[in-house]
Ligand binder design. Structure first.
Ligand code: ZN
Length: 498
């Protein structure tokens, strides 16, 4: 299909037909619903908000009746499926409420010079998990900025925001049961200045409501048993050897982790997770599980006696026991546990979902064992890695150019059909050690997120780098219109937003 017709639409839909003519916008658009209620008018309000960025003088009237843009409820096996028909007289969107939001995102991208070229789109995503992760521990970003990321995800029809809320460098979620997490663990000494912050329950509800309008699920991550220095600074008694500890101002992996022998650790984590489960309505809770050194556990009498008592042969099995115990707790709350692929070491809790980041081997192994998996390997999905070899380019040492992201197929060839069906989807991660400014973060995310959205949404047989590159060229204007900072993949002499 010609890129001119499909303009700057990313990701590419499953089917697209060009029709004759064009719908030209008047200053006022009416948007109608088959049934007009508060719930269904959300899609219309969102569409108005998105369209106004492109055409500020536009106003939308939401009513139940004849109109320029019609939303019709239509059920389908996939709640994200939609059809979009643009004729010179009317625009019709069919789908569930989630499908409407996906269609609205496609519609604002197809908008070109005051209107739309007539066309018909039938569309549904390839994967049910199309994720973007954000580390707010190494640097803290306020709600206003978190929303910017969620909005650009929704415009690209992505559906999962993974919020990395706790780490060695800061604890970012207020927990009523433990005020020291907000008073102590959320702050670090950075060159003599106090640096950090945290989200209140009200902040989190604001983000959840914003994401819900955009039909994006939010997955909180509460890291354990490693990456716990911020917690231990406030609660040294939860470590093996006792403190004092300080919230870290440097990157790395630290030996002091939660003690797996003391019951106090589990009392603490269960109380924390109880509040987290209550606050976040979604079905998934991420518990980390990565990069946990076993140094302290090896010499801790409590950890050693736990191993004896539970018949565990080494510290890897102790980690597995730890994670499984938390998994059972989350099960009892009706939640699914997700962990990084280290949770495979020493045996995997039966209901765990694995996020494969150290390459795809962990994901392959877990899928063959019958676990659901999400692919986010450092080879293709780490947006804190550099995008080019240019000397000014910030980021971690590895290089992941946008075409490498685009070429990724989240289903490894070696999986048979049954195991392949366990791959829920794909996710990009952004760790923010080297991203002190939000502008820089956006620069690292965009436009690689655009490429990832097509990996996650579009079927592989339709993907074509050249075609994508043509659309991307126009799509950069779209990102610019929405005020995003991005790396221009074609232009030399870039400006780095440092
Ligand atoms: Zn211990």
């Amino acid at each position: 299909m010609s890129t001119e017709v499909i303009h700057s639409l990313i990701p590419l839909p499953q089917s697209f037909r060009k029709d004759e003519g064009r719908f030209n916008c008047k200053p006022t658009l009416t948007i109608a619903f088959e049934t007009c209620s508060d719930a269904v008018s959300h899609a219309g309000k969102l569409l108005e908000e998105w369209l106004k960025v492109r055409q500020p003088e536009l106003t939308c009237e939401v009513l139940n009746g004849s109109s320029d843009i019609r939303f019709l409820e239509e059920n389908s096996d996939n709640e994200e499926a939609y059809t979009l028909t643009i004729t010179p007289d009317q625009i019709t969107i069919r789908g569930s409420q989630t499908g409407w939001v996906r269609a609205a995102a496609a519609l604002v991208m197809l908008y070109d010079q005051g209107g739309w070229n007539a066309c018909h789109i039938e569309d549904a995503p390839r994967f049910s998990w199309r994720g973007m992760h954000l580390d707010v521990c190494r640097h803290f970003y306020p709600v206003r900025l978190v929303k910017r990321l969620i909005d650009v995800m929704a415009l690209h029809r992505m559906n999962t925001f993974h919020w990395h809320l706790t780490d060695d460098q800061g604890w970012r979620i207020d927990i009523k049961a433990f005020p020291p997490l907000s008073n102590i663990s959320a702050w670090r000494d950075k060159d003599g200045e106090t640096y950090g912050g945290y989200y209140t329950a009200e902040d989190i509800r604001e983000v959840l409501a914003y994401a819900q309008e955009r039909k994006i699920q939010v997955v909180p991550e509460i890291e354990m048993p490693g990456h716990a220095l911020a917690t231990l600074s406030a609660f040294p008694e939860l470590s093996c050897a006792g403190g004092p500890f300080q919230v870290s101002n440097t990157c790395g992996i630290f030996d002091d982790v939660y003690c797996a022998g003391k019951e106090a650790t589990f009392d603490f984590l269960e109380k924390v997770l109880e509040e987290v489960c209550e606050l976040f309505p979604g079905p998934y809770i991420h518990v980390g599980g990565d990069e946990c050194p076993k140094t302290r556990w090896k010499t801790c009498p409590d950890c050693q006696s736990r191993m004896k008592q539970e018949g565990l042969k080494d510290e890897n099995e102790l980690q597995s026991w730890f994670v499984s115990r938390m998994g059972r707790f989350l099960d009892s709350k009706g939640k699914h546990m997700i962990g990084w692929d280290e949770i495979l070491e020493g045996g995997l809790p039966p209901t765990a979902i694995v996020m494969s980041w150290r390459g795809v081997a962990g994901g392959v192994e877990a899928a063959r064992m019958g676990h659901d998996v999400i692919m986010s390997p450092t080879t293709h999905c780490y947006f804190d890695y550099r995008q080019s070899t240019e000397p000014e380019e910030p980021g971690n040492l590895g290089i992941i150019p946008i075409n490498t992201v685009y070429d990724y197929d989240p289903v490894p060839e070696e999986l048979d059909a049954k195991a392949a069906s366990r791959v829920l989807g794909v996710q990009a991660n952004i760790w923010t050690e080297r991203m002190p400014s939000w502008k820089l973060l956006e620069y690292m995310v965009l436009p690689r997120l655009c490429a990832l959205s097509e990996v996650a949404w579009t079927s592989p047989k339709q993907k074509n780098w050249k075609h994508f590159e043509d659309r991307l060229n126009r799509h950069l204007g779209f990102l610019k219109a929405y005020g995003y900072t991005y790396r221009h993949p074609l232009r030399e002499n870039r400006e780095f937003p440092l």
